[in-house]
Design a protein around this ligand. Structure first.
Ligand SMILES: [Zn+2]
Ligand SMILES: [Zn+2]
Length: 259
């Protein structure tokens, strides 16, 4: 069974109710961490995830809310006497920033105990970069203010798929990736009605409903939202319902979803 565990749900601006977005995918005894916001060890352990089950970390882009927990996690791996190497997947510019962060925090001196293998994710559509007997992972570029990508997980045991948009405005390459997916976890900043400008690098509730409908997804899960989405939840859901009639879930911290 492939399980998605939500570790945070907010946009870059967190609040007393919501913390920055990141998530984990578990299958077999493996965990893949997607992005790394605050207090990762606390969040992972609280979610029942053993740190030693993490062999692969994917960082969708270099914005601070997606990356700032990574130095702490690497440090905690060392304090926890980790011996296994870890793979970090990101695009080239993000990998450079990760390497700088590791250096800035002087974590490289700990890396005799375990190694970080940096894996470049190419900025092209339908980029298959991870494949084993149970899952494949494909990336496609997103439309954001810095190079970023969306991810598609194909679970081979039942051929079901999950797409995570990362940070993005409405974007053809993300929609292509999300066509007919079983589960779409899509960033949704706020209701369209609560802003007086066009979001180009993020997605409104009105837009995410149109995307979910056009892509014919079975289930839509909202993530990376502002407090204003929670404060105006009926407005947001009404906007989504203008286009999309299937199941809509507002992701909450420590929610689990199954493929
Ligand atoms: Zn973000
Ligand atoms: Zn961002």
């Amino acid at each position: 069974m492939l399980k998605v565990i939500i570790l945070g749900t907010s946009s870059a601006l967190s609040s007393s109710e919501i913390d920055n977005t990141y998530l984990a995918i578990t299958y077999r005894n493996e965990t893949i961490l997607i992005d790394c916001a605050g207090s990762p060890t606390y969040k992972l352990l609280k979610a029942g995830i053993n740190l030693s089950s993490i062999n692969n970390i994917i960082i969708t882009h270099a914005h601070v809310d997606h990356i700032y927990g990574l130095p702490s996690l690497i440090h905690n791996f060392w304090l926890g006497k980790r011996k296994k190497d870890i793979n970090i997947f990101a695009n080239l510019s993000t990998l450079e920033i990760i390497k700088n962060l590791i250096e800035l925090h002087q974590l490289d001196k700990y890396l005799s105990q375990f190694k970080i293998n940096y894996q470049v994710i190419l900025e092209k559509e339908n980029n298959l970069f991870f494949d084993n007997s149970e899952i494949s992972i494909i990336s496609s570029p997103a439309c954001h203010s810095t190079p970023s990508f969306a991810l598609k997980f194909i679970y081979k045991n039942n051929n079901k798929t999950l797409v995570y948009s990362g940070d993005t405005g409405p974007c053809a390459s993300v929609s292509n990736l999300a066509q007919s997916t079983n589960m779409l976890i899509h960033e949704t900043m706020c209701p369209q009605g609560s802003i007086d400008f066009t979001l180009e690098t993020h997605t409104s509730a009105l837009e995410v409903g149109q995307i979910a409908n056009n892509c014919q997804v079975d289930k839509l899960i909202l993530i990376h939202y502002d407090q204003s989405l929670l404060d105006n939840i009926n407005t947001a859901l009404n906007e989504i319902r203008k286009s999309y009639s299937k199941e809509v879930i507002i992701a909450k911290e420590f929610d689990c979803y199954y493929l």
